[in-house]
Design a protein around this ligand. Structure first.
Ligand code: PHE
Length: 344
């Protein structure tokens, strides 16, 4: 039996050394050292030997069992390591592959321009006043001194609603009346606000005009507010917006709600006033409509025009963005084309 034990040991050890995969290893284990394995069975039959041989056999069998257990554990570890190395080799991760980009959102160019305008006007003491998009014909026109059936109403083609007298505002100017009435305390308090918002005009959409666009209105009412205040304010604004060298010019114009009325130009920042395609070879770019608030409008806002005066202006942030970035088509603004929007 001892001989049988030794030869089984030799055989088991030799077989184990040749094993390379987990399945064969498992098979080997059950054949030799498992519950019904050859070595286990031999060990268990120690009792059948003559008494005097038992101790020696038992010792040897236990030693062999231990040797094989250890060898088995080592082989198992080796096979596992080899399998892991093989997996890594085959399923290798290419760390040189470019990663997947996660697109991030951004601020719309008009929002960016608005924020810049808020900062500049805010630094100059203006507060933001939010006026409504859906207006009455009375606020949008009548109280701003557009007489009924006056051709000036045709300057701004209007979107009407099914409700008589309710329209989409064609400009932010109705907010002049609303802010004066709300903040002026029945003509007792001064007002200094900007009114940002969307305006709507029933116009043919072209590269130069959209049927919706933003405006930023400004309203200042106080005592002794003069045209020089309007001019100085705009010179200061232009410097902050377009740089210290910016030059401003005022051109006579007409709006029913201001008197006198004017258009405000800045010297073309592309050509420095030399004349180029952007400024249509005039050297100047129009940035706002403005004027001294008409006495009738002051009265409609609750003020006594003999005591109070003020100025107002309206500018188009999209237009300023177009000029700044040399965008050639205003339709890009609300077209939601990411190729355009991602450039800002
Ligand atoms: N509301 C005028 C427009 O839409 C601009 C403007 C505002 C002019 C305030 C004068 C004063 O063209």
């Amino acid at each position: 039996m001892l001989q049988q034990l030794e030869s089984t040991y030799q055989q088991a050890a030799a077989e184990l050394d040749a094993l390379t995969d987990a399945a064969a290893l498992h098979d080997w284990e059950s054949r030799y050292i498992g519950k019904k394995g050859a070595v286990t069975l031999l060990l268990r039959s120690t009792g059948q030997l003559p008494k005097e041989d038992r101790a020696a056999f038992g010792q040897r069998a236990n030693a062999i069992k231990e040797l094989l257990d250890t060898a088995y554990a080592e082989r198992e570890k080796l096979i596992q390591e080899q399998a892991l190395a093989r997996d890594l080799e085959e399923g290798q991760i290419d760390i040189t592959l470019p990663g997947r980009a996660h697109p991030t959102g951004g601020l719309h160019p008009s929002t960016q321009t608005f924020r810049e305008l808020y900062r500049i006007w805010g630094d100059m003491g203006f507060q933001v006043y939010r006026s409504r998009d859906v207006e009455t014909d009375e606020m949008n026109f009548t109280l701003l001194n557009f007489p009924e059936h006056h051709p000036a109403r045709d300057m701004q083609d209007t979107f009407f609603t099914k409700t008589e007298g309710v329209i989409l505002r064609t400009h932010t100017s109705p907010g002049q009346i609303r802010s004066m009435r709300e903040l002026g305390a029945d003509g007792a308090q001064p007002v200094r606000v900007i009114l940002p918002g969307m305006c709507y005009r029933n116009e043919q959409v072209t590269a130069r005009s959209e049927m919706q666009f933003h405006q930023l209105e400004g309203v200042v009412v106080g005592k002794n507010i003069r045209m020089s205040d309007l001019k100085g304010t705009f010179v200061e604004f232009a410097r902050r917006m377009f740089g210290q060298e910016a030059k401003v010019r005022f051109r006579a114009s007409y709006f029913p709600f201001t008197e006198p009325s004017m258009e405000v130009d800045v010297e073309c920042f592309l050509c420095g006033g030399q004349g180029c395609r952007m400024c249509k070879y005039s050297g100047w770019l129009e940035i706002a409509g403005a004027g001294m608030i008409h006495p009738t409008v002051l009265r409609n806002g609750g003020y006594d025009p003999a005591v109070w005066s003020g100025f107002a202006f309206g500018m188009g942030p999209e237009r300023q963005t177009i000029l700044k970035h040399r965008i050639d088509d205003i339709r890009y603004f609300w077209g939601n084309d990411l190729r355009f929007l991602e450039q800002f």
